[in-house]
Design a binder for this molecule. Structure first.
Ligand code: GLC
Length: 574
């Protein structure tokens, strides 16, 4: 690996460029598991503030904070009690202000997570709804229905929640409310004007506090149209999902809501940004990403793909075109707080028919680390990430990914927290394994996460992935991310890419199953060998490499006869 670009990124003043988000490197912080300042085992806002120098050295342009709002943590904070406050376990509004000042002072933008599909059952309006009678205005903010059966003792439909178990829960007077996720997460009724107004107030509240953008949770769920007689689960599942008329998901009129949000975003200078978490057909992403709507949408296609040149080529080509058509830029993601970390996924044998939850089967079978080819998984993850960081568009990096941290597969049942585990026994183990608090040091009760314990158990091998262990090692994953992000900042220009012919075969990349090679303006070349065997490397000055480079001759692997080893990516300057 060359160290020619391993300089510490210069601290810039916060830019007012309204297009800052288009090619930003965004670091996702899961606050409860990032850094704990007070030793209570739960990460907090002062913990984040204390790590601003780390984020600066890493070289990210923005952070996205998963929810930090008051919450009973029925779903890791995605059950929000109060949208305009900070959970006392995590900090205070004053500490939020200190954090944002520190991040902005380091030139880092701040994106917060907004959870508009559902509140928590402790939200004041849900408590009001419970205390109010059926048919009251307080109930109209949520989705209440009478039950079926003689005394309404059966749920209004047999729908199941995303986390398993029934999607309806009965309240004391016999009515039922809808929850697409856990029963502690009642769905809002977005036909309700007060709900709409209240979210506009929330958008202004955080925007006034200096927040630069919003990550919109379950953005495809808000608008619903439930007929008087509800379809069965089987009927619901059989309905088309991409025609804008599904009763629950991805309805066309959800965009009317986002148009009102856009007016709020655009009333700020620079305009506030948003990125939609919308699990919709790729062809339906464009409207979420449009300039009249949220402006950008996550594309999880690489996250769902195997480490495969053809798959990567097709996904990249499709998404760049789609983003261009919508006037947005695309997003790239390999890991987040909902999925098995990618070094682990890539170390598992491929499974036929595997879809969104890669690695879920392995977790369910006990998450035995000995079944993972850890070395290969990390090698591939590093290659994939370096390749991705060279792409046009914004890159999302999930905390710990820059350490090459694997999934913790074997968390004891008694210590699990995720509702997906409790609501779906034997079917889903949940997402705790990617949410284990970060290791900052080799030693200590929680490897430097805080002065006390960690709220999820950290395995002893975490010490080898600690920041302390990796910081001084030029071959570590942390050094790789730092080098790549520093170089990216320097090299990033137009949002364009040109696929290059692959030298050793003369074939156009994409038709060639092992190697992909693209160039960006200014002579920046990105090459990845997805196959297991070495290939000839294009000539050029090596800027960053995801692993050791072979060389048939002398020197650092950049000569005419240099080789690119298997499962390795490299950035070159032509
Ligand atoms: C999103 C979040 C996930 C959460 C769910 C319900 O998918 O990423 O963590 O459980 O929404 O809010």
């Amino acid at each position: 690996m060359t160290d020619s670009l391993q300089t510490t990124p210069t601290t810039e003043l916060l830019t007012d460029d309204p297009t800052w988000w288009r090619q930003a490197a965004v670091y996702q912080i899961y606050p409860r598991s990032f850094a704990d300042s007070n030793g209570d085992g739960i990460g907090d806002l002062p913990g984040i503030t204390a790590k601003v120098p780390y984020l600066t050295a890493l070289g990210v342009d923005a952070v996205w904070l998963s929810p930090f709002y008051p919450s009973a943590l029925a779903d890791g904070g995605y059950d929000v009690d109060d949208y305009r406050d900070v959970d006392p376990k995590i900090g205070t509004l004053a500490q939020f202000d200190e954090m944002i000042t520190a991040l902005h002072g380091a030139g880092i933008k701040v994106i917060v997570d907004l959870v508009p599909n559902h509140s928590s059952d402790r939200h004041v309006w849900f408590q009001e709804a419970l205390a109010a009678p059926a048919g009251s205005p307080a109930r109209a903010r949520y989705i209440f229905r009478d039950g079926l059966g003689e005394d309404g003792e059966l749920p209004p439909s047999d729908w199941t929640s995303i986390f398993g178990g029934p999607a309806w829960t009965r309240v004391a007077d016999g009515q039922w409310y809808l929850h697409s996720f856990a029963s502690e997460q009642p769905d809002w009724d977005w036909d309700n004007e007060e709900v709409r107004e209240d979210f506009l107030t929330t958008l202004r509240f955080w925007s006034d506090r200096g927040v630069d953008g919003f990550r919109v949770d379950v953005a495809h769920g808000l608008a619903k149209s439930l007929p008087e007689v509800l379809p069965s689960k089987a009927e619901l599942d059989a309905l088309p999902k991409a025609d804008g008329d599904h009763p629950v998901w991805d309805r066309d009129e959800v965009h009317e809501i986002y148009a009102t949000w856009r007016e709020v975003f655009d009333s700020y200078d620079p305009p506030r940004t948003a990125v939609a978490e919308a699990w919709v057909e790729p062809s339906r992403r464009a409207r979420y990403a449009s300039a009249e709507g949220l402006g950008q949408a996550f594309n999880f296609d690489l996250l769902e793909a195997d480490f495969d040149a053809t798959a990567f080529h097709d996904i990249i080509t499709y998404n760049l075109k789609a983003a261009d058509e919508s006037g947005s830029s695309t997003t790239w993601v390999f890991s987040n707080h909902d999925v098995v970390r990618h070094p682990t996924r890539y170390g598992l044998p491929p499974l036929a028919g595997r879809e969104i939850k890669q690695g879920a089967e392995w977790l369910l079978a006990g998450g035995d680390a000995s079944e993972v080819d850890a070395e290969r998984g990390l090698r591939r993850a590093r290659a994939a990430s370096l390749f991705m960081l060279g792409l046009p568009g914004s890159a999302y990096v999930y905390q710990g990914e820059e350490l090459g941290l694997p999934e913790v597969g074997d968390i004891p049942e008694a210590q699990r927290q995720d509702p997906a585990f409790f609501r779906n026994p034997g079917v889903d183990v949940g997402r705790d394994g990617c949410r284990v608090p970060l290791p900052w040091e080799r030693t200590g009760e929680s490897f430097g996460f805080g002065p006390g314990p960690a709220h999820l158990p950290q395995p002893t091998w975490f010490r080898d992935f600690s920041v302390e262990a990796e910081e001084g090692d030029p071959t570590s994953t942390l050094s790789l991310y730092r080098a790549a992000l520093a170089a990216r900042r320097e090299l990033q220009t137009d949002e364009t890419l040109t696929w290059e012919a692959v030298a050793d075969t003369g074939a156009v990349a994409g038709a060639e199953p092992q190697v992909l090679h693209f160039s960006r303006p200014g002579g920046w070349h990105v090459v990845c060998n997805f196959g297991p065997t070495p290939v000839a490397m294009p000539t050029g000055e090596v800027l960053v490499a995801s692993g050791p480079l072979g060389d048939a001759g002398e020197g650092p692997g950049s000569g005419a006869d240099a080789v690119l080893p298997g499962e390795t990516a490299v950035w070159l300057r032509a």
